[in-house]
Design a protein around this ligand. Structure first.
Ligand code: GLU
Length: 483
């Protein structure tokens, strides 16, 4: 063990955001590429924001994405428990230590006073609203009296003004904050639970976390954490803040412009391989043109050195492209399982479709789809007779002669026992020759008859897959309908 340990530390406050999955992924990749450990810690100290089922959702998404953690819920105890709500006695010891060292203090201010203070500072147009350290100056006696009378209170970090708080961020290099900009952060809330800042720092230290890799939105919290490490006299981990995720208009990635929950993508039929590949490229590149990766390739190629500082644009077109690429890269029998699964939710669920029939559909459609469900929605004609005929194609491809041409074609085909693709081709060419027309004069009406549309796989594939009886039946239907 080389001492490298990273963590994904989500708060179970709702769905898993694309950005959360990226944080988990980068941590996983860093750990695996360095021979280190990856742990999952549930940061559930904010009782008001807890959401039922959120922990289960986090765990199930990590499992789905194959981001297996070495330590955390469901794993051997190690440094656990990994739910912060089960570690309150540990945090209690630590704020008491800070209190003794005068690095923290009791604050009894009411919310009314804090609101008035904030409003006053806003009125004065101060660059930032901050606690005024009122309670730092309470005497021991006052504090004892207040505590004895059960007065609600919090514990605050005592941030001394006039300091420059410096740290090196792996992604953004040297970062500096003036301590005037840092509020006397609450460490323990009046409900007896620690805030994120205290619990996060204490746990990262006690759990031996060597690298803190998290989203850029946590950068403003880092000076507070640095002060806490210093106050405890602990060595700081390496910090690496990942670039923001942006909408194509470069605003912060938000629900308003599209889905942000991993679950939504999962439900829409995105492959985990594609989503992981896509997310890996949101802020990282190997430095070459390669875009197609499996998780195991990412482990080999990933390095924190190549994480960008600037925001990463979420390009749904690229995700769709990657989904198609990963789908195509799958063996047909795996796609068959997916197709059967998709069929269950359609009107075709009751149909008896053989494996060999569906494998033919897959082979014909694979180059033309991005999602498994499109093996149904983009080619309904493999599952049912065309209900309508595409208007523009009828206009363009259905001629007065089409009826006779198709009749001739049907006649030729009905004479062949179990026709193969080449028999359809032969019948088509002979028909065209007999009518002294180009092949197109047979292909267009035949496409319409068999599929109802003009695009799709090769016409001989379609005919072969749906089979002779269906081809003939569909020809007689179109002739009846279009005359
Ligand atoms: N609990 C924080 C979150 O929800 C963790 C941030 C961090 O990684 O420090 O993302």
């Amino acid at each position: 063990m080389n001492g490298i340990k990273v963590r994904y530390a989500p708060s179970p406050t709702g769905y898993v955001h694309i950005g959360n999955l990226r944080t988990a992924l980068y941590n996983y990749l860093f750990a695996k590429s360095q021979g280190g450990k990856f742990l999952l810690r549930i940061e559930d100290t904010d009782q008001t924001r807890k959401v039922e089922g959120a922990v289960e959702n986090i765990i199930s998404i990590l499992k789905w994405a194959d981001l297996d953690y070495d330590e955390g819920p469901g794993k051997d105890a190690g440094n656990g428990p990994y739910y912060q709500s089960e570690r309150l006695n540990i945090y209690n010891e630590h704020w008491k230590y800070l209190l003794e060292k005068k690095k923290a203090y009791y604050c009894f201010c009411t919310s009314e006073r804090l609101t008035a203070l904030r409003e006053e500072q806003q009125k004065q147009k101060l660059p930032q609203t901050k606690y005024d350290k009122h309670c730092l100056h309470l005497s021991e006696d006052e504090i004892m009296k207040n505590l004895a009378s059960g007065m609600p209170h919090v514990i605050r970090l005592n941030v001394e003004p006039g300091q420059t708080i410096k740290f090196t961020d792996y992604v953004r290099e040297d970062v500096e904050f003036q301590s005037e900009m840092v509020d006397d952060q609450i460490l323990m809330k009046s409900d007896g639970f620690p805030t994120y800042h205290l619990a996060n720092v204490v746990d990262d230290h006690l759990m031996g976390v060597s690298h803190v890799i998290r989203g850029e939105e946590w950068l403003p919290s880092t000076p507070k954490h640095v002060l806490l490490y210093d106050a405890f006299g602990w060595e700081k981990p390496v910090f690496a803040h990942l670039p923001l995720l942006l909408n194509p208009d470069r605003s912060k990635l938000s629900k308003r412009q599209g889905d942000v929950a991993v679950e939504d993508y999962r439900k829409k039929g995105y492959l985990k391989e594609a989503l992981i590949n896509f997310i890996a490229l949101l802020g990282w590149t190997a430095g070459d043109d390669r875009e197609f990766y499996y998780l195991k390739d990412l482990v080999k190629s990933f390095s924190l050195d190549r994480v960008n500082k600037s925001g990463a644009v979420f390009d749904i077109e690229k995700l769709n492209w990657l989904n198609a690429e990963h789908l195509r890269a799958k063996p047909d029998d795996e796609i068959l399982v997916m197709l059967r699964d998709e069929l269950k939710d359609t009107e075709y669920s009751g149909m008896e479709l053989t494996d060999s029939y569906l494998l033919n559909v897959i082979a014909a459609m694979k180059p033309r789809v991005s999602f498994a469900k499109e093996l149904i929605t983009n080619c309904a004609y493999f599952y049912e007779d065309p209900q309508t005929y595409e208007e523009a194609s009828v206009k363009k491809g259905w001629k007065p002669q089409s009826k006779d041409i198709l009749n001739k074609f049907a006649e030729k085909i009905s004479a062949v026992n179990e026709p193969g693709r080449e028999d359809y081709e032969k019948a088509l060419k002979e028909t065209a020759a007999e009518f002294s027309v180009g092949n197109g004069a047979v292909i267009h009406p035949l496409r319409l008859a068999t599929s109802g549309v003009s695009g799709g796989p090769g016409i001989f594939d379609i005919c072969y897959i749906i089979g002779k009886e269906t081809v003939i039946k569909r020809i007689s239907t179109i002739i009846e309908k279009l005359k």
